[in-house]
Design a protein around this ligand. Sequence first.
Ligand SMILES: *Cc1c(COP(=O)(O)O)cnc(C)c1O
Length: 570
Amino acid sequence: MSDWRHYTDQHRYAYFSMEIGLTNEIPTYSGGLGVLAGDTIKSAADLRLPMVAVTLLSRKGYFQQSFNQEGWQVEEPVVWKPEEFMELLPGKTLVTIEGRDVKIQSWLYRVKSPTGGEIPVLFLDTDIPGNLPEDRAITDQLYGGDQVYRLKQEIVLGIGGARLLQVLGFQVRKYHMNEGHASFLTLELLNHHRRPVEDTWDERDSWNTRRVQELCVFTTHTPVEAGHDRFPYEMIERVMGEVVPFSLLHELAGAKELNMTLLALNLSHFVNGVAKKHGEVSKALFPGFEIHAITNGVHPFTWTSPYMMALFDDYLPGWANEPELLVRVDNIPDAEVWDAHCGAKAYLFQYIEEATGVHLDPDVLTIGFARRAAAYKRANMIFTDPERLLAISGGKLQLVFAGKAHPRDELGKRLIQDIRSYVDKFGDRLRIVYLPNYNMDVAASLIPGVDVWLNNPLRPLEASGTSGMKAALNGVPNFSVLDGWWIEGHIEGVTGWSIGPPPTETSTEVNHSDEDVLDLYRKLENVIMPLFYNDRAGWIRVMKNAIGKNAYYFNTHVMMRRYVTDAYLR
Ligand SMILES: *Cc1c(COP(=O)(O)O)cnc(C)c1O
């Protein structure tokens, strides 16, 4: 079990992420950011890239979701045992928090690919005897607690993570910050790469920011000002202390308060948004910085249903490690694509019946919508005009929803409650299911088993979106607002359908809700339902195009190659 040392033989790209979703059994993720991180690591393993990943252990996970009588979300901690999946590594390090030394240890999880590639993932843990009870709890709860708790977590992740890599003997080529949560690692690097004062003209010059920039890559995920982590300097002083001189920190991270994104922007030689549009939006948010775009992807093997997988194996052998082969999807006979989809649909409907007691009709067009219940994603938009929706359906539509709201997101919880209220209101006139406890396993059954994948965020707030890529991989066409990756993947009527006007605005969000909802109803009634019910061959053409024109490209293999050539090797 102690053969982990060979990982340190090779210089590695160190990938830092607050959340990582590798499998459903390791509940250290809350949504798209974590699943993307997991998919990134899996593709890196498939491609045999030298990487090491660092994240928090999140001993209490995110949370388990259920609902009370009123349809209100109820949260319970997830119980899981790290020792069932990981081994505790011997090295420990320290960080200073509120003037105390806090000990950090790490658990090793190995991501192994059939190609022989292997990536070590380190889960940082402060639950160590000798730490105060409150310090032992720092790595308990993903996105839990208050701002001080978050700051402590980010100190552990950034500074603790960088120190632990060194203690364990890892040699790092580049540090990749997946979102600003890990930006404090730059402060550790600043101290580490400090020039001797006698070599320089003045004290200020001894801080070798250029060297730190050369080592760092930063991916931003948040297209709104308010979404970036910020801390008041009084809090920084009290909790973290003066890691580098405050005068320098003010220059690098903001004069009034510490902005984690700004810190990462100033200390990275390569910065990117997660879709072309998001790159532009980020440039408008942070003028003066060069911000590139590398569009997100999904891990092909993880997100393809067993039904589609069998087909791909038959007709496109090697697809899982060379997803470009999906471009040849037209070699698969239509009937087999349809049968595979029906298999995934039957599997989902059985799961739904077991989980909720609701029986859905496999012959009815079924629309899926599942993602974090954040308000901007507008999960209940399809209910804007309930009578219109019922009229359009005429018994020929079914809706399946899922998604968790953050425990403190009252708006998100109300949104879920609103959707759930239509389950009874509509009854058999339009069957609606709200599946509890959306997670990676639910996603893997839900997404391939519906006929259309709906996405109607408020623009430009969907930086990329990845669930639509999982749909495309399974031949499920997207019906989505033109935001994030869909601007790049969408060809109207060919790969799927748009909702609302084309995406012209960049910096300011303009609310197109009225237009969006009318377009949603109109296209559903006049384009999507007629195609599904009256032209099955035409429908299967769109399914195949989703695979051949979307999935072959929007995957983490393609994405990782871009990171290597555009960011890591620069
Ligand atoms: C893929 C995935 C997401 C991301 O979905 P978006 O549509 O990008 O918001 C969130 N949660 C889970 C469990 C996922 O598998």
